[in-house]
Each structure stands twice: as structure tokens, then as C-alpha cells.
Design a protein around this ligand. Structure first.
Ligand code: NAD
Length: 258
């Protein structure tokens, strides 16, 4: 334990799914946490649950990642409550509609872009002054395997996740130029068991096991992922163990794109 002791991590979209797994793992490994989500009640409940095991570790904030004013408030309050920010995990994201190009809508694109992509720019922009003030800091942007490989019906999601992949490298190079104390990397999970897979379960007539099995078919390791499969990678990137790693992408995909 203690792999991220002394770190102060802001995690967006932390109320459930991958964000919750990251938060629980980083709490066990000694970090302070600013947990944010558009669902303020759920993220407060998670912070309370973490604090029951690790007192004075987690703070919760209601936060719409598409809103710049929200970012300014949440970053200032997180830095005040944790005594700084040394890790930013841009995790909040939505799947958008499964729809082919001819049926797609501007409304779908704009929604997916604002939650998955503009949020990442706003988070980096407003957290960077605090990250630069830390001795060593890390930005971790949660993209997707869908940011590196296309899938029919996922145009808006593919485009935003690919943009997050390259934008992360831009930020990594800028931070390297500014002195190298802040690193930036992207993480690219394949299907992981979280509520974001609900549309696939609905397509399988509500049968969760059948849906998971179907999604696992193309994956060489013959299963879909668990939230901790991603959280372990995020833990490494948040810690100083990864201090020579920046501008890189990490595929958590069971061999899918090998
Ligand atoms: P999830 O739906 O469980 O979690 C997403 C969280 O983001 C939710 O708690 C939701 O309330 C929050 N959120 C949504 N819109 C928001 C907004 N405007 N402002 C703030 N918070 C908002 O899904 P997840 O699987 O845990 O997704 C986390 C990240 O992982 C996403 O970026 C997703 O694209 C990515 N991802 C997931 C998978 C997967 O299969 N689960 C695969 C690849 C990438």
C-alpha cells in the first residue's frame, strides 16, 4: 500500500463504474481524493463510504464537466480541500447513440463532444496551474479502444475518443517543455462491466450474461474487463512509478488490437 501516498487526485465521473473503482483503489494506496460527478448525491455517497474505511480521504462535488464555470469552482474547491491537486483523471464520458452515419444527428454529436472531449480540454486548462505547483503530477485521460479502432454505429464516440488520444499527446509535449513535472497519458479500455454497457444488454433482450459473452467473442483473452483492470493502470500512471512515461497510450483490451 501507499503507492500514491501524498497524491491529491481529482477524478471526474466518479460516482460509479470505472471512476468508483479508481477512487477505491487510490484510497487504499494512500491518495486524497476529489470525486466529482453530475450525480452529486451518488458521488457524495461514495465519498462517505470511502471515508468510513479511510477517514478524511475523499471530498465530493457535484460537477457538470461540460460547464466551464463548474470546472473553475470544482478545481478551486478541490485544491483548497486537498491542499493542492497532483493527479487529474478525466474519466466522465457517455456512449452516445448507436447510430449509423446517415441517421446521426448534430444533437447526438454535440452532446457526446461536450461530455467526452470539451470536458478534457476544460479539465486540463483549469487544473494545470495546480498540477504545475506539485513536485510531480499526472494527467490521465480515459479514452477508449474506440479511440484507436472504429466500430459501426459509433461515429461520435469514435471521433471524440480519437481526439482525446491525440490531444493528450499535445498536452504531454507542452508539459514536457514547461519543465517536465507534469505528465499526460491516455488509457484505452475495451468493454468493461459498467453501466455504459447497458445499451448492449438491452440489445440482448436484457440478458446480461449473454450480452457480456457476445462482447467477449472477439477478445483474445475471452472475456470483457472488470473495472479494476483499468484502475490498476490508472494507479500506475498516477504514481511516480511512471515518472518517465508521458504522451503514451495504454490499451486495456485483452489483446483485441494486438
Ligand atoms: P459510467 O456510465 O458508469 O460512468 C460515467 C460517469 O460519468 C457516470 O457516473 C455519470 O454520472 C458521469 N457523467 C456523465 N455525464 C457527465 C457530465 N456531463 N458531467 C459529469 N459527470 C458526468 O461509465 P464508465 O464505463 O465508468 O465510463 C467511464 C469512462 O470510461 C468514460 O469516459 C467511458 O467512455 C470510458 N470507457 C468505458 C468503457 C466500458 O466499457 N465501460 C470502455 C472504454 C472507455
Amino acid at each position: 500500500s501507499g503507492r500514491v501516498a501524498g497524491k491529491a487526485a481529482l477524478i471526474t465521473g466518479a460516482a460509479g463504474g470505472l471512476g468508483e473503482a479508481m477512487a477505491r483503489m487510490m484510497a487504499r494506496e494512500g491518495a486524497k481524493l476529489a470525486l466529482t460527478d453530475i450525480d452529486g448525491d451518488r458521488v457524495q455517497a461514495l465519498a462517505d463510504s470511502i471515508n468510513a474505511d479511510h477517514p478524511d480521504t475523499a471530498f465530493a462535488y457535484a460537477h457538470d464537466v461540460t460547464d466551464e464555470g463548474d470546472w473553475m469552482r470544482v478545481v478551486a474547491n478541490s485544491a483548497r480541500d486537498m491542499g493542492g491537486i497532483s493527479v487529474l483523471v478525466n474519466n466522465a464520458g457517455i456512449g452516445g447513440q448507436l447510430v449509423f452515419a446517415e441517421q446521426d444527428t448534430l444533437e447526438n454529436w454535440r452532446k457526446v463532444q461536450s461530455v467526452n472531449l470539451e470536458s478534457v480540454m476544460l479539465g486540463c486548462k483549469h487544473a494545470l496551474p495546480h498540477l504545475k505547483a506539485a513536485p510531480m503530477a499526472s494527467i490521465i485521460n480515459i479514452s477508449s479502444i474506440a479511440g484507436l479502432a472504429a466500430a459501426p454505429g459509433m461515429g461520435a464516440y469514435n471521433a471524440t475518443k480519437a481526439a482525446v488520444w491525440l490531444y493528450t499527446k499535445t498536452v504531454a509535449l507542452e508539459c514536457a517543455k514547461a519543465g517536465g513535472t507534469v505528465r499526460a497519458n491516455s488509457v484505452h479500455p475495451v468493454f468493461i462491466k459498467t453501466p455504459i454497457l447497458d445499451p448492449f444488454i438491452a440489445m440482448a433482450g436484457g440478458q446480461e450474461d449473454m450480452a457480456h459473452e457476445k462482447l467477449a467473442r472477439g477478445i483474445p483473452l475471452k472475456r470483457i474487463g472488470e473495472p479494476d483492470d483499468v484502475a490498476y493502470c490508472v494507479l500506475y500512471l498516477a504514481s511516480d512509478e511512471s515518472k518517465f512515461v508521458t504522451g503514451a497510450e495504454f490499451k486495456i483490451d485483452g489483446g483485441l488490437t494486438a
